[in-house]
Design a protein around this ligand. Structure first.
Ligand code: FAD
Length: 440
């Protein structure tokens, strides 16, 4: 049973979902520790540093955004978070010039990308939160002291009142199995799309293409982008940075092919798309086994899973709240789980109930309401949206003074008044009701 006063929480996964939960809980006064198997936070909001020897025999390096190329904001609560992140300089708008004949961008421009590099958004969210990196969690034990987190035969020193898994479902399943075999079954069968990604540095024959992003209608490639045309990125003079994502179908068919085979085929596909050979200085591929959830036609039954009796929760893009996709879905799932966890904590004795179904109240405005308000009075609508859904400017980490600071995009729960108070739905930025009851 959770410490009803102020549960300490282990968050496994430092992608956008884990980082958002961790920050919201830390701002609400909880002791939080994040674990990730990678060497840096970000998850699929990823940037790879590549190194090669250039034509002059000198060592060279570049940073290529090989994960999600950007994301859109649809739900007003997520848009409010994005607005604050833009104001804080964490995010930038990218309005790519589309190649002639490209498929349009779903939802239209702009795309949002982290300023500097893709993982920067998660790094900012995790400022002030303790994070253990290169810690692949392979076991969770629940004993009289609470939850213990184990990785590579090493048990982390702390015990926690609750554990949150913010992982792709196939990676969450084995950790869930001893504690919630029913959830583990659902996670193990959740469908995710794979993606092979080509990235590299080539001679720039200049003048470059008059576009930054292509979405070809056929062929193996789904997205082709000039990485160096993105805000905050640049290539060395005379060089072009290419990142190209293969279609899910092509990636699935060729998932187990050797990387060298995939590299050769995707390089050929890019050359064909450009209508000229590409003079590569360096190129490599990355296989995303779980790139994004496969659309299943209906919104998932729950936006997060929360077992109050055990203090065990799951969030992530595969539970994309109310049909939200990708980064937005992961963020909204994280908000829903945070609210469920805080509600259980505030109820104290109630946390021992086997399962909690959280009914949020005071819903955030619908998109249509928000749009109508914004059209009537854009300035005050934006202000009101920030006030009601995200809360005012607050310290970026627990215990820091917040005066004269840029607005804090991680502040949805900062006004929650400390440990255990349940934010209303507007603060948490979520729909009502939010169902966090997991499948059985
Ligand atoms: C190529 C590509 C293109 C995409 N395009 C878009 C797009 O256009 N728009 C959009 O909105 N979204 C897009 N996405 C999807 C988007 O990136 C994801 O939906 C979102 O980032 C998922 O966030 P998450 O926090 O749920 O999971 P993740 O980002 O996957 O985070 C999970 C974290 O858990 C860690 N982890 C896993 N197992 C363990 C373990 N056992 N122990 C410890 N840590 C562990 C991982 O290292 C990772 O950091 C794309 C993704 C890819 C790969």
């Amino acid at each position: 049973m959770m410490n009803p006063k102020c549960p300490s929480v282990a968050v496994v996964g430092a992608g956008i979902a884990g980082a958002a939960v961790a920050r919201a809980l830390a701002l609400a006064g909880h002791s939080v520790h994040v674990f990730d198997k990678a060497r840096a936070p970000g998850g699929r909001l990823a940037t790879r540093r590549v190194e090669w020897v250039d034509r002059q025999g000198q060592g060279a390096s570049a940073r290529l955004d090989h994960g999600a190329p950007g994301f859109t904001a649809v739900h007003p609560a997520f848009q409010a978070f994005v607005d604050l992140a833009l104001a804080a300089g964490w995010l930038a708008e990218w309005r790519p010039r589309l190649a002639p004949g490209s498929l349009a961008l779903e939802g239209g421009a702009p795309l949002y990308i982290a300023a500097a590099d893709s993982p920067a958004l998660c790094r900012h969210l995790l400022e002030g939160v303790p994070v253990s990196l290169s810690f692949a969690v392979d076991g969770l034990q629940r004993g009289p002291l609470g939850w213990q987190v184990q990785g590579g035969g090493v048990r982390h020193a702390s015990a926690f009142d609750a554990v949150v898994l913010a992982l792709p479902p196939a990676q969450a399943a084995p950790l869930l199995h001893p504690h919630r075999p029913d959830w583990a079954r659902h996670a193990a069968t959740a469908l995710m799309q794979p993606c092979w990604t080509l990235m590299g540095i080539a001679e720039d024959p200049g003048p470059g293409p008059a576009w930054d992003l292509a979405r070809p209608r056929s062929g193996p490639l789904a997205w082709v982008m000039r990485n160096d045309a993105r805000p905050g990125r640049a290539a060395a003079p005379g060089l072009a940075q290419w990142v190209a994502h293969a279609r899910a179908g092509w990636s699935r068919e060729n998932l187990e092919q050797p990387a060298s085979w995939v590299l050769q085929h995707l390089q050929a596909a890019l050359g064909e798309h450009l209508g000229r050979p590409v003079d590569w200085q360096h190129a490599t591929v990355h296989r995303w086994r779980y790139a994004w959830p496969q659309a299943q036609g209906t919104a998932p039954a729950a936006s997060c899973w929360w077992d109050a009796g055990q203090g065990l929760g799951v969030c992530g893009d595969f539970l994309g709240a109310c049909g939200s996709n990708g980064v937005e879905g992961a963020w909204r799932s994280a908000q829903a789980l945070t609210a469920a966890l805080l509600q259980s904590a505030s109820e104290g004795a109630g946390v021992s109930a086997p399962r909690a179904q959280v009914q949020a109240h005071d819903p955030a405005p619908t998109q249509a309401q928000a749009r109508a308000q914004a059209e009537a009075d854009p300035a005050s609508a934006a202000q009101a949206r920030r006030r009601s859904e995200v809360g005012p400017s607050t310290p970026s980490a627990p215990g820091q003074a917040g005066a004269d600071r840029a607005p804090d995009p991680g502040s949805p729960l900062a006004e929650a008044g400390g440990c255990g108070r349940v934010p209303h739905a507007g603060e948490a930025g979520m729909d009502a009701p939010v169902n966090c009851e997991g499948p059985r």
